[in-house]
Design a protein around this ligand. Structure first.
Ligand SMILES: [Ca+2]
Length: 297
């Protein structure tokens, strides 16, 4: 009696449980079919690496696309010390499209500020967050870099060898990287930079070979707020080739450099030393080569 009663009871519980589980699954299906989370498009001006100075207005705007019922939008502005210096709670859908400003105070904390926008909905709670940064400074400087390529393979930068469309990058004092391409005069500039220490560099990959340093430090301060420098490359495949010197050794140099080696044979553009076999030097050639080397020392 006891056993069959318990069996019957478990059966009832199990039968009751089936619709509950099924219902939960259907509910889960409805969740899966729900539209995607909200999307926040958030912008500000000036955009880094440009910076805003005291009394400048920073424009902040956002637009939120959503398919749920908004419960709130929360705006927060955080300074470089992580202090919240401005915030607004927009109830319901009052904050889904906003244009607002923040004016830099007279003695601001210098550095990188963060704008944070959160979207909350009735059904999903916290749906989306967007963040952007902007720079606040108390003085501006500039960095200009020029790109030159050695088109005539003479190892010297000449007028007309400026190069358009080359990527130059800067790392800012606050750890961000910005890159841009050179214009028709081979120049790229950033004009409204916060003062501080930057790294200015180019990214080189074969066949390009740098003649000037690939990376330079640029310190912008009150006395020297502007920095300029050049980056000079040569195209290895176009300007270098295997050169068999009279001592039987091979070096990869330019034709002009190869000509300095009396009796040397330039193997032309392209071939590398591992692709050519230089002849064995004769005793006379060895002697000659030794004399030439002495002359070049
Ligand atoms: Ca040149």
């Amino acid at each position: 009696m006891g056993i069959s009663y318990r069996f019957a009871l478990w059966t009832v519980v199990a039968l009751l449980a089936i619709p509950a589980v099924a219902g939960a699954q259907r509910g889960g299906d409805r969740q899966d079919l729900a539209p995607l989370d909200a999307t926040i498009t958030l912008g500000r001006s000036p955009e880094p690496p440009d910076c805003a100075q005291p009394q400048d207005d920073v424009d902040i705007w956002w637009d939120i696309t959503y398919s749920t019922t908004p419960s709130a939008v929360i705006y927060t502005l955080v300074d470089p010390d992580s202090a919240v210096i401005d915030s607004t709670y927009y109830p319901g859908d009052t904050g889904v499209t906003i244009n607002r400003q923040w004016t830099v105070p007279l003695n601001p904390v210098i550095g990188k500020y963060w704008v944070r926008v959160e979207f909350w909905s009735m059904s999903s709670g916290h749906e989306a967050t967007a963040e952007v940064s902007f720079y606040v400074c108390d003085g501006i400087g500039s960095i200009c870099a020029q790109k030159v390529v050695d088109a005539n393979c003479d190892g010297v930068a000449q007028a007309g060898e400026e190069y358009q469309g080359w990527w130059i990058c800067i790392d800012t004092p606050w750890g961000d990287t910005f890159c841009d391409t050179t214009d028709a005069t081979g120049v790229v500039c950033w004009d409204k930079l916060p003062l501080g220490l930057y790294t200015v560099y180019e990214n080189i990959s074969p066949p390009w070979v740098s003649i000037f340093p690939e990376s330079r430090d640029a310190l912008l301060d009150d006395n020297n707020p502007s920095w300029s420098g050049a980056f000079f490359n040569v195209n290895y495949d176009e300007c270098f080739g295997a050169c068999c010197k009279c001592d039987g050794q091979c070096v990869e140099v330019t034709p002009a450099e190869c000509n300095q080696f009396l009796g040397a044979i330039f193997m032309g553009l392209g071939p590398h030393c591992d692709q050519v076999t230089c002849g064995e030097p004769s005793a006379v050639e060895k002697t000659t080569w030794g004399a030439i080397k002495d002359n070049y020392r």
